[in-house]
Design a protein. Structure first.
Length: 422
């Protein structure tokens, strides 16, 4: 981490808006998951709470690039999936603690195509026809045992439009729930990842705010740090051990076997299989090649070095920056990009695609800056492209430097989703 921070501090040249664009963090990044958007991880963020330095915020986003007016069946979480956040608290890249969301949808009236019959002023409104609830569990990843934290919690509705919601955010925030110090929210939010997606047109022109005005489905969790530390002890200020950072990644899983029936709903058998995961931004998107992207989504971070180490040591991105844009990024040495491997193994932890953050006593929200966690405002595209090029004095930018909407200072921190009829 220190090497990255130092390299960015001395970088003084920014390529203009026409220089480069970057892909979405992990939106439609692999062939199989592109056909199953409801369980597609898009981004993970984690930061010390700005309102309580003894708590950690985790944001896991799913279902990419959602058009606000896409009715009448608006987006939601899948009732046929498990959404999970995994936490490694001792540096071995094996999760110790997890949080699991499972969802259930309801409808009041099946004899209409409408999402809502009339104006909605609360989650309990009889006009809200389609609703969804979830159960949140804490998982002991070593034993598999679970503890229900909260159940039958409402998901925030879709922002259908001004005629349906005179004050959408007032209704949506009714979905925030706190139980024994843990606060949770599930529902649509404004897409927080800012980027120019024209990268797929042969590294086309930069600076276009292509994710403005689209939404994403968000899971937001704020938990006491003491509940996720190793052996129940929070490391002291200034500690540098493996337990001073926790590693976080999100995943989604589907039932292994599903039978579709002509005369009734489907039957599911055989437990669950992971179909998507995400830790760092852009790893599966631009580091892992097409032939192994689906494999990445089915495997675990502890095996990242053995499975994908060759791609990390010799990434494709610097070659593209040189071949297409002639940036003069140094040729990768025979020993490979061990600097990137080091960033994936902060504090001597096992290198893996986990988003790691310092949880020592005294850490505050101001200390969160990628790759020490990931704040909502962090321009990770510019950071990672600059690191990939590895040219002293050169900052590589896509020309999009901030989100279109301001983030909030209070939970759930993400901006309100764009309206289907503003």
């Amino acid at each position: 981490m220190n090497k990255l921070i130092k390299s960015l501090a001395i970088a003084g040249i920014t390529l203009g808006a026409g220089a480069l664009t970057a892909s979405a963090s992990s939106h439609r990044e692999a062939p199989a998951i592109a056909e199953d958007q409801y369980v597609d991880n898009t981004d993970v963020y984690t930061f010390i709470s700005p309102n309580d330095a003894n708590k950690l915020v985790i944001v896991a986003n799913y279902v990419p690039l959602l058009l606000p007016a896409s009715g009448p069946n608006f987006y939601k979480f899948s009732d046929n999936a498990r959404y999970e956040v995994h936490i490694d608290n001792n540096g071995d890249a094996v999760p110790d603690i997890g949080y699991r969301w499972t969802f259930s949808s309801q409808r009041k009236n099946g004899a209409t195509f409408l999402y809502n019959y009339g104006p909605v002023d609360s989650l309990a409104s009889p006009n809200l026809n389609i609703t969804q609830t979830y159960k949140l569990e804490k998982v002991n990843e070593k034993t598999g045992s679970t503890q229900t934290i909260m159940d039958k919690v409402p998901v925030a509705p879709w922002n259908v439009g001004k005629n349906s919601f005179a004050n959408y955010e007032q209704v949506a925030l009714q979905a925030v729930k706190t139980v024994n110090g843990t606060t949770a929210f599930a529902g649509p939010r404004d897409e927080p990842f800012f980027v120019d997606l024209h990268v797929f047109d042969l590294l086309g022109v930069g600076g276009a705010k292509t994710t403005d005005g689209v939404n994403v489905m968000s899971l937001v969790l704020e938990v006491p740090i003491m509940e996720i530390v190793s052996n129940g002890v929070r490391p002291a200020a200034g500690s540098a051990g493996k337990d001073s950072v926790v590693g976080i990644y999100a995943s989604a899983s589907r039932p292994k076997v599903r039978f579709l029936r002509n005369d009734r709903t489907a039957d599911n058998y055989g437990g669950y299989v992971q179909v998507s995961r995400l830790g760092w931004p852009l790893i599966n998107e631009v580091i892992i090649p097409l032939q192994d992207k689906d494999k990445y989504n089915r495997t675990s971070p502890r095996n990242d070095v053995s499975n994908f180490g060759a791609y990390i040591l010799d990434p494709e991105v610097p070659k593209l920056l040189n071949g297409v844009l002639k940036l003069g990024c140094p040729v990768t040495s025979a020993t490979g990009r061990t600097d990137i491997v080091g960033l994936l193994g902060a504090n001597g932890t096992k290198a893996a695609d986990m988003l790691r953050i310092n949880i020592n006593v005294g850490q505050t929200n101001a200390d969160t800056k990628f790759p020490n966690g990931r704040a909502l405002t962090d321009d990770v595209t510019d950071t990672l492209l600059t690191v990939a090029c590895n040219k002293t004095g050169l900052t590589v930018s896509d020309g999009v430097d901030a989100n279109d909407k301001a983030f909030t200072a209070t939970f759930p921190y993400l901006a309100s989703p764009a309206s289907g009829n503003p």
